[in-house]
Design a protein around this ligand. Structure first.
Ligand code: GLP
Length: 243
């Protein structure tokens, strides 16, 4: 539990940098990093960029897999997750373009895109560390309440609550928010060797309580992380209000 968003960002970026640096010198294998979008990781991405500019970290040996993407937005739409990742992180660091993986929701065969995404993760030996956030309804990536806890990458429909929550990025107009998405599955997330989740703000307090103190329950999909072999939740004080 950290004081605020800035402390979360500092701690999380430092943790990631140590993991990547400890890993790279010992093996030829790249470090495979799962990445989220949303507001939660932005301060951490800023901190990573700062540390990269100081020379503390290189991303040349890092492979990334993003967790989700809206269906129906072109890649250059300012709210697409392709655009977000480039603007918030990738364009500032030395990661080679071919190391970046984001679900292509403009593919004309979405089911195949999902199958191939899972295969690509396996080809790189699985995700070493997955960074994530949770939604107010307990979703993880875009695995909304009711998602199978063993699900794989697939097409999902967003719940009313998530469409409302994300309308803040679409001129507060819920009708502009795509209703369908591609997302890695809960099972895909559980297969990561380590999971690091950022939870910030009082608006996440109920979700955090359900996820940490509630039963493992598909109506709060992130609660399955209680069963993960190595999961760390990095929270700020307001998010812990209901614990
Ligand atoms: C978004 C994303 C998730 C994210 C979550 C929380 O819609 N698809 O990957 O973790 O919802 O978002 P935020 O960090 O903005 O609260």
């Amino acid at each position: 539990i950290k004081q605020d968003e800035n402390e979360i960002a500092y701690w999380t970026a430092d943790y990631l940098i140590k993991k990547i640096n400890d890993f790279s010198p010992t093996t030829e294998k790249p470090f495979v990093l799962g990445l989220p979008t949303g507001s939660s990781p932005i301060a951490t991405y800023n901190e990573l960029i700062k540390r990269y500019k100081k020379g503390d970290i290189s991303f040349k040996n890092v492979i990334t897999f993003n967790m989700d993407e809206y269906i129906g937005l072109p890649e250059d739409h300012p709210e697409s997750y392709h655009f977000f990742m480039n603007e918030k992180l990738f364009k500032y660091i030395d990661i080679p373009a071919e190391n970046i993986h984001i679900l292509n929701s403009n593919s004309d065969n979405l089911e195949n895109e999902c199958i191939e995404y899972e295969q690509k993760i396996l080809k790189y030996g699985g995700i070493d560390l997955l960074l994530g956030g949770i939604g107010m309804d307990g979703h993880i990536a875009f695995n909304e309440p009711g998602s199978s806890l063993t699900s794989r990458t697939r097409i999902k429909s967003l719940c009313y609550d998530t469409i409302q929550a994300n309308s803040r990025f679409f001129e507060n107009d819920a009708s502009q928010v795509p209703t369908k998405v591609l997302t890695v599955g809960v099972g895909t997330i559980m297969d990561a060797r380590e999971v690091l989740i950022i939870v910030s703000g009082y608006h996440k307090a109920r979700a955090l309580r359900e996820v940490v103190e509630g039963s493992v329950n598909h109506m709060w999909p992130a609660s399955i992380l209680q069963m993960h072999q190595k999961c760390i939740l990095v929270c700020d004080e307001p998010a812990t209000a209901e614990l």
